[in-house]
Design a binder for this molecule. Sequence first.
Ligand code: 4AD
Ligand code: MG
Length: 435
Amino acid sequence: MAMTESGYVEVRNLHRHVGNTVTLAGWVETLRTHGKVAFALIRDGTGVVQCVLAKKEVGEDSWEAGLQLTQETTVEVEGVVRADARSPGGYELGLVGLRVLARSEEFPIQPKEHGIEFLMDHRHLWLRSTLQRAVLRVRSEVMQAVHDFFYEEGFTRIDSPILTGSIGESAGTLFSTDYFGEKAYLAQTGQLYIEAACPAFRKVYCFGPTFRAEKSKTRRHLTEFWMVEPEVAFADSEANMRLQERFVSHLVGRALERCREELEILARDLSKLERVKPPFPRVSYTEAVELLRSRGSQIEWGQDLAGSDETLLADQFDMPVMVYNYPRAAKAFYMKENPADPRTVLCNDMIAPEGYGEIIGGSQREDDLGRLLARIREEGLPEQAYSWYLDLRRYGTFVHSGFGLGIERTVAWITGRSHVRELIPFPRMMNRLSP
Ligand code: 4AD
Ligand code: MG
């Protein structure tokens, strides 16, 4: 009965094989016995199926092997596919044969409550559990939806380097490493590089891991997270916000369309997602500060919004809210000065509902060579490292805008999970580098 991978039927395809005898391979989730019948739930990575093992059907050897099955033992089973509403996917397998491919030791994660640190220490095994599978399936679908959206919109994907000499965001959260005697940083953003690709392709995006030495232990911060960053030539800040609301609605819509089952497993309130459609509410930074102060926040004009401010603000809306035109001092050097109020810059953050915080940071870019150089000097950034970036303003400068969306925070919100650590297969945080 031994087979190559391609010879096994996948559980998700069982509906095509009703009445037939099929062979599949997978891992045992649970085993229950009732006299001379045993029920095993087997997960093959595409689904879970109930397998019914009757002593008189399978013979002595398979029956004995069946009784010995431990959680996560790898098995190959042969059986007849039957429709059965009580089985997880609606089909069950009446076994005619069972073979243990590899026995599992006592599996550390049992069907009971474990502490989060224990689960995080066993992340390599925790990935197999129902909730974690659902969460990571949604992540995968959302990432595919990212590519599909930009592909359909005519964007060109440009991969930005991970090792870089220029500081993308702020000097305070850089990881650095020795690069043949020079200092290299792990990229905080791909933005500066895709800005360079704009005159070549007009609409571009990058999508990859980014790194921030965040010394904060919050439910919103990872030190390694995935960010998608589009950049568009001849788009101003208003156009940038319109792209963001269409993009985020697309991602949510895709999860609703293709991950219903997962969202149900996660007990997500779908009505909260179903109303996510453009236009999203917009408030200026100045209005946001007034609103927050009237609701008891201590924020002063000029300060960035604290996490608690974001939550308080988001609670006033039932959709993601876009806060635009922050004070210059609260934001990165590359944002364009607001001609109508030079204390502020043409930028926006998007804040997700339900306390998930900022999921997007975006801006129109400073396209004036002199002002950009002045900002680099003002921030005390190493001018030499930006000479190539300044070239973009020397050789045919142009109005352009873009944004970065953090995948883990976005999928945390879509799935309703409270902490970003579950939204990436192997999270990296201040106190976690393993597994
Ligand atoms: O607001 P940020 O820092 O913006 C940029 O990096 C710009 N260069 C983007 C651009 O305009 N091309 O980060 C963008 C998003 C945040 O809104 C958040 O969703 C996510 O990245 N993010 C984090 N996610 C998890 N852990 C962290 N430590 C994060 N820092 C930012
Ligand atoms: Mg930001």
